[in-house]
Design a protein around this ligand. Structure first.
Ligand code: CP
Length: 311
C-alpha cells in the first residue's frame, strides 16, 4: 500500500478506509487494543527506532507499546540521550540506526521537511509522528477511527455526512491539518474555528474546510468537536490571553448544555490543558471520547507497524 507514512494529503478514501479496517483487527469487542493471534510475532526480530526530538506521551508510548506487543524491539532516542546533542545530524543518526539493522524509524521533529528527506535518504520505512506544524498522520487516523466507531459506521465505511468542528489553535496544529485531509477525504464536512490569529488564512488551499469565528457557529449542528490546546511553544510575539480564550472558546458544562447538541461528541488529541480548552467535567463527561482516542491510538499504531514492517 505504501512504503512510508509521512502525511495524509492526497491519500485516497480507499486507502484510508483500508487502514481503519486494518486497525479494527487490533481492537477487541469492547474497543480496547488487542493483538490478533496471527500478529503476535509479526515484528519478531524487527527493531523500531523511536526518535522523538519533541516531548510526547501518547504517540511515543503507544508506538513503543505497539512494537513490543507485536514481538519487536523498540528503541527510544531523543536529543538528550543521543549524539545529536554533540552535534551529529538527525539524518546521520537515522543512517546509523539503519546501518545497525533497524527496520523502521518513527520520528517527531520540528523540521517540517525532515521526514520527507529521511524517506529519500534512509533505506528503511519512515513514520512521521509529527513534523512541526506539518502533519500528524497517525493521530488523524486515530481520530477517524474513533469517530467511525462512535457513529456506528462499520468495516469498509467512511465518514460521509458527518459534521466535525475543530476548535482552538488550528494554524499551529499538525493534528488539525492531518484531520482535515483525512476527514474530508472520508466524506465528513469540517469546520475550523478559533481566535482569528490561530486560524489559517482562508487563501491557504491546504485547509479544505469552512471557517467560522464564534464558538456557537462552530458547535451548531456539529456531530463531533475536536478541541485543540493553544500551542504556546509555537506562538512567538503576542501571547494569547488565557482568560479571553476560555471565555470565547473554552467548553464547560454550560456550553455543552446550551450550545451543543445532546449527542455531540468531544475529542481532543491531548495533551489537554484542563480548565482552559475544556473543564474537568467536560473532559471526563459522557460526551468525551478522549480516552477512547488513546486506546484506539495503540490499535492504529499496531496496524501501521504491521503493514509497514510486519512479517
Ligand atoms: N496526540 C499527541 O500527539 O500527543 P503526544 O504529544 O503526547 O504524543
Amino acid at each position: 500500500m505504501f512504503e512510508h507514512l509521512i502525511g495524509l494529503k492526497n491519500r485516497s478514501a480507499d486507502e484510508l478506509v483500508t487502514i481503519l479496517d486494518a486497525a479494527e483487527r487490533f481492537l477487541d469487542e469492547s474497543g480496547d487494543p488487542r493483538v490478533p493471534p496471527d500478529c503476535v510475532d509479526t515484528l519478531d526480530g524487527k527493531s523500531v527506532g523511536l526518535l522523538f526530538f519533541e516531548p510526547s506521551t501518547r504517540t511515543r508510548v503507544s508506538f513503543q507499546y505497539a512494537t513490543h506487543q507485536l514481538g519487536g524491539y523498540p528503541l527510544f532516542l531523543s536529543d538528550q540521550n543521543s549524539s545529536v546533542r554533540k552535534g551529529e545530524s538527525v539524518l546521520d543518526t537515522c543512517r546509523n540506526l539503519a546501518a545497525m539493522g533497524f527496520d523502521g524509524l518513527v520520528i517527531r521533529h520540528d523540521d517540517r521537511n525532515l521526514p520527507f528527506s529521511l524517506a529519500e535518504k534512509v533505506d528503511v520505512p519512515i513514520i512521521n509522528a509529527g513534523n512541526g506544524s506539518g502533519e500528524h498522520p497517525t493521530q488523524a487516523l486515530v481520530d477517524a477511527l474513533t469517530l467511525r466507531r462512535a457513529f456506528g459506521r462499520k468495516l469498509g465505511q467512511d465518514l460521509n455526512g458527518l459534521n466535525v468542528s475543530i476548535i482552538g489553535d488550528v494554524v499551529h496544529s499538525r493534528v488539525a491539518r492531518s484531520d482535515v485531509h483525512a476527514l474530508r477525504t472520508l466524506g465528513a464536512e469540517v469546520t475550523l474555528a478559533g481566535p482569528q490569529r490561530l486560524l489559517p488564512r482562508s487563501s491557504d488551499t491546504d485547509w479544505d474546510a469552512r471557517m467560522v469565528h464564534s464558538r456557537q457557529e462552530a458547535l451548531n449542528g456539529a456531530d463531533a468537536v475536536i478541541v485543540l490546546r493553544i500551542k504556546t511553544e509555537k506562538i512567538h510575539g503576542d501571547v494569547i490571553d488565557t482568560n479571553t480564550f476560555i471565555r470565547d472558546w473554552g467548553i464547560d458544562e454550560a456550553v455543552v448544555d446550551e450550545e451543543m447538541g445532546p449527542e455531540t461528541k468531544i475529542l481532543h488529541p491531548g495533551p489537554v490543558i484542563r480548565g482552559v480548552e475544556l473543564t474537568d467535567a467536560v473532559a471526563d463527561g459522557p460526551s468525551s471520547l478522549i480516552f477512547d482516542q488513546v486506546s484506539k491510538g495503540v490499535a492504529v499504531r499496531m496496524a501501521i507497524l504491521d503493514k509497514l514492517l510486519g512479517g
